[in-house]
Every structure is written in structure tokens, then in C-alpha cells.
Design a protein around this ligand. Structure first.
Ligand code: PLP
Length: 371
């Protein structure tokens, strides 16, 4: 089915790949295929772009989260406070390093409820792992204050936050080490997988850089046991090309989202638009609202050629992976559980035009007029 309002923008985005091929040819000539100049150039560009001292690129965002946690020495039986309304990888990374995920509920902007963090801190708590969910940001200043008071570390999952702003800072520049993803559906993306961590701490940087590349000092000397989490230079080139366009992409998405927000506020009995915080420039990796009769509405919109999605119908604390794990604890997260029944994601990327926004609005309005 070809959609009138498609969710997938990749065919438009990668419509013109001339510059990418030009750079790829240079790479092929150089045979700099593992790390090397292109990867380093991207790392420098990204750390400048987001205002962090150091950037280390990785295979993907999940590896970036694992590398961030490992670089802080988080492991066996350490507790990490996070949210169960995220992609699997957030909790997956905590479990991958041997640590215990401790869940808390979220607020009405779908972000970690900062009021609840302190109630979950124990002697075993090592870190808080807030998510910039959907590309909006939680209250980082309160999170950093709590972390300081309790001597906890902070790892931001800013996988969806690239190009956003929290007051004047970039998401993923508050915590000790923070992770980003370049997955095709993130605000800065590549033709496959990619990710990075950033930090301002030179010790963490040096350790993580070594760990990413087998713990090597050089070809003949192995300092620590590491792994291979290296970014592909082919993807570093794609990332650099897309980084040039990112500001524009974010500004178009914000313009689109503002227009949609305004229209949807006319349907206040059936639709709830999340509060937008002044100073928080969102990336709109996901444009999510809460709606009545969600499942029926999704079906209706799809029948009208609008590629609506749900992120996600089952929160992490209700997934089999968690129910089966040794960390399982029966708990209720009323806000997240209620949102899971009402969330809908509408296409709101940089290739959406104002007539498509109007079309989506009229279809939603029609649905509630009929139902
Ligand atoms: C995409 C995403 C990840 C995982 O990133 P990958 O690059 O797909 O491994 C982790 N956390 C969040 C919040 C994400 O959106």
C-alpha cells in the first residue's frame, strides 16, 4: 500500500546520494575501513555540534548505552533507575552489563517522572538513566540535582534527541556519559546502524575508546579486555552528510508539529497533546498524542492512507523478557499503563507538507464525528 501520509521518509531523504557516493569513493581509495580518518572527523564534528568535549562513535545506539554504562564501572547487581516506556534497548543495555533495572513511572509528557526518582534510590543505586523519549526531554536540571545529592551517576539515553535543545544545551550533554543512535528512524540517521557516546571526562573517554576497540593500546599491546563496537566509516560519511542538514530538518519538524498541535487542540474532548516546554526544542522522532478509542482510530487512519503507529502498546515491565528475568518485581505504573492504551504516533517528519497535516486533522475529526 502506498500511503497518502507515509511514516517512512527514507525514500525521500536518500533520494539524492551524490555527495555520499563522492565521499565513499574517497574512502574506498583510502582503504581506511576500520576507524580511521573519516570516523575521527565525524566524532570531532559531533562533539562540536552538541557541545561535548569527547565523542566516541559505536556500532549502534544499544552499544553506545552499554559502552556508557561500562565506562562508569556499572555492573553486577548495581541498580540503575530508568523508565519502562522506552525502546527495549534502554533496559536491554542495563541487563547486558549485569545491572538491575529499577523502573519508575513517567509524567504527562511521557518523560521520566522526576518526582518519583528519590523514592527508588537504595544503597545499591549507581545511576539514573533518563530517556529523551520521542525526542522531547525530561527535566534534566532536577535529575542532575538529585544525582549530585545522592552521589549517583547519570547516563542519558539521548538516542532520539539529536538536534534538540534543553534550554541552551544539547540533549545528552548533562550526564556523565551519554548515548545516541543513528538508526534510520532517528533525527540524525545513517544507512543502517550507528551510534555514539559523549563525555567531558578524559578518563572515561580514554577507557571507553580502548574498550570499543578490543582494549588495545596498539596492534601489539592489549591493556584491558574489550570488544569491537566500531562504527563503519561508510556510515560516518552518511552521518556527516546528514549532520549538515540537521538544523533545517529539526526546524521543519517543529514547524509541522506546531501546526498539528494547534489543530488537534480543537479536538480537546478526544485528543490530548502533550505540554510543550519553552526552551525544550524537540526532535519529533515520534509525534505522539493521547487519543480516545485508539485502536479503532489507528485502523481508521490506516484505511485513509495515513501510516499511524503505536510506540508502544506493551510497556517494558509487561514484556516477557522482564516477567521472566531475575529482576522481575510486580509493580504498577499507572501513567505509563494508561498511556500505552491511548498513545498514537502520527507521521511528522521533514517531508510532511501542510496539506498532509490538514488531511490528518480532518480524518481524526471525521472519526470522532462518526464514533
Ligand atoms: C533507537 C533507540 C535505542 C537503540 O538504538 P539502536 O541504534 O537501534 O541500537 C535506544 N534507546 C532509545 C530511546 C531509542 O530510541
Amino acid at each position: 500500500m502506498t500511503y497518502k501520509v507515509p511514516y517512512n521518509y527514507l525514500p525521500f531523504e536518500f533520494n539524492n546520494t551524490k555527495n555520499i557516493f563522492k565521499e565513499w569513493k574517497k574512502l574506498i581509495k583510502s582503504t581506511d575501513f576500520t576507524l580511521g580518518a573519516f570516523v575521527e572527523k565525524f566524532e570531532n564534528q559531533f562533539s562540536k555540534f552538541c557541545g561535548a568535549k569527547y565523542c566516541i562513535s559505536t556500532n549502534n545506539g544499544t552499544d553506545a548505552l552499554i559502552l556508557a554504562l561500562k565506562s562508569l564501572g556499572i555492573g553486577q547487581d548495581d541498580e540503575v533507575i530508568t523508565v519502562p516506556n522506552s525502546f527495549y534497548a534502554t533496559t536491554g543495555a542495563i541487563v547486558a552489563v549485569g545491572a538491575k533495572p529499577v523502573f519508575i513511572d513517567c509524567d504527562d509528557r511521557y518523560q521520566i517522572d522526576v518526582q518519583l526518582i528519590e523514592s527508588k534510590i537504595t544503597k545499591k543505586t549507581k545511576a539514573i538513566l533518563p530517556v529523551h523519549w520521542a525526542g522531547a526531554s525530561p527535566d534534566m536540571s532536577i535529575i542532575m540535582k538529585i544525582a549530585k545529592n545522592h552521589k549517583l551517576q547519570v547516563v542519558e539515553d539521548a538516542c532520539m534527541g539529536i538536534g534538540g535543545k534543553v534550554n541552551s544545551k544539547h540533549p545528552g550533554t548533562f550526564g556523565d556519559v551519554n548515548a545516541f543512535s543513528l538508526h534510520p528512524l532517528k533525527s540524525l540517521n545513517v544507512m543502517g546502524d550507528g551510534g555514539m557516546i559523549v563525555t567531558n571526562n578524559s578518563k572515561i573517554y580514554n577507557w571507553a575508546k580502548k574498550y570499543r576497540n578490543h582494549g588495545m593500546i596498539n596492534r601489539d599491546q592489549n591493556d584491558i579486555w574489550g570488544v569491537n563496537m566500531r562504527m563503519q566509516p561508510l556510515q560516518a560519511i552518511v552521518a556527516m552528510e546528514n549532520l549538515k542538514k540537521l538544523k533545517k530538518v529539526i526546524s521543519i519538524r517543529n514547524r509541522n508539529a506546531r501546526m498539528m498541535d494547534k489543530l488537534l487542540k480543537l479536538l480537546i474532548n478526544n485528543v490530548t497533546v502533550p505540554k510543550r516546554i519553552i526552551g525544550n526544542i524537540e526532535t519529533f522522532s515520534l509525534y505522539m498524542i493521547l487519543v480516545k478509542d485508539r485502536d479503532k482510530l489507528v485502523k481508521y487512519l490506516i484505511s485513509k492512507g495515513i501510516e499511524a503507529k503505536i510506540h508502544y502498546p506493551i510497556p517494558l515491565h509487561k514484556q516477557k523478557a522482564y516477567l521472566r528475568s531475575k529482576y522481575y518485581k510486580h509493580e504498577k505504573f499507572p501513567v505509563i499503563e494508561s498511556q500505552a492504551k491511548h498513545l498514537i504516533t502520527l507521521p511528522m517528519h521533514q517531508f510532511i507538507k501542510s496539506n498532509q497535516i490538514q488531511y490528518m486533522f480532518y480524518c481524526i475529526k471525521d472519526f470522532y464525528a462518526k464514533n
